[in-house]
Design a protein around this ligand. Structure first.
Ligand code: ADP
Ligand code: MG
Length: 251
């Protein structure tokens, strides 16, 4: 892949929903790109159109106008882990491959490796309710990784978790994404979470959503970047204050 090509590029994407009584203009000329290995955060008010952007990228929805370029495989992970209660963890993880008719040795070998690497191998025969929220979220991520996507679409993946769990799960998920050299588009409404995990953050306005600001997140760290060390960087608060202001004085 040419290093100047984006994995995903949205150019002037508009989305209008035609509802019973009226027309809802949701996205207003959205320009956004995701590069290989990059975690891109997407912040915006509730109802601004963040999930709609992910749905357009994944192909679930068609844009009303604009251009979209995709140069890689896409994996989608939802807010809830969506693990099926009556299937054990292993069979839940196989589900994505079954749906895509890509149940082959290469892919099942990848699953085994991921389960071992990320401490779920001994739990593969367990059922979702027997696992902690964090483990379920890791299992859901491995299911998404099973098809070897280049970019992960993560729609508020931590919002169902309590604060403590959320911090440790976001660290796990960050580590896995970076280890596996995946790119991700991470929707969240938590400013701190976005700064702690993202290389770039897009801030959306309220509906119809426009890109209000784009921040390259550059943090001074001594040592490895993790979501936890990122929170201790000197620049963290400045990014927070700036984005807080952008989201508060909405126009
Ligand atoms: P966010 O994820 O930022 O909270 P969404 O993208 O889910 O926002 O929704 C943006 C707006 O579009 C909301 O007002 C929502 O009700 C509306 N909407 C989303 N999907 C559809 C759809 N398939 N048909 C009609 N309206 C929709
Ligand atoms: Mg949403």
């Amino acid at each position: 892949m040419d290093e100047n090509t984006h994995i995903i590029e949205l150019k002037d994407i508009d989305k209008v929903f035609f509802q019973k009584q009226h027309v809802l203009h949701v996205l207003d000329k959205i320009n956004l790109s995701v590069d290989a290995g990059q975690i891109v955060g997407l912040l915006g008010p509730s109802g601004s159109g963040k999930s709609t952007i992910l749905n357009i990228i994944s192909g679930l929805l068609a844009p009303s106008s604009g251009k979209m370029i995709k140069n890689g495989r896409i994996g989608y992970m939802f807010q809830q882990d969506h693990l099926l209660a009556w299937r054990n963890i292993y069979d839940n993880i196989l589900l994505g491959l079954e749906i895509q008719h890509s149940l082959n040795k290469e892919n099942t070998d990848r699953i085994d490796e991921l389960l071992k690497k990320y401490d779920l191998w001994h739990f593969r025969k367990n059922y979702p309710h027997e696992l902690s929220g964090g483990m379920r979220q890791r299992a859901a991520l491995i299911r998404t990784l099973a098809t070897d996507p280049d970019v992960l679409l993560l729609d508020e993946p931590f919002s169902a978790l309590d604060f403590q769990t959320r911090l440790s799960v976001s660290s796990d998920i960050y580590r896995i994404i970076k280890n596996e050299k995946k790119a991700a588009l991470l929707v969240t409404h938590d400013i701190s979470e976005a700064i702690s995990m993202s290389d770039v953050i897009y801030v959306l306005s309220s509906r119809p959503a426009k890109v209000k600001a784009v921040h390259d997140i550059a943090l001074t760290l001594n040592g490895e970047r993790t979501p936890l060390t990122a929170r201790k960087a000197a620049e963290f608060q400045d990014y927070f204050d700036c984005i807080w202001k952008e989201l508060s004085d909405d126009d």
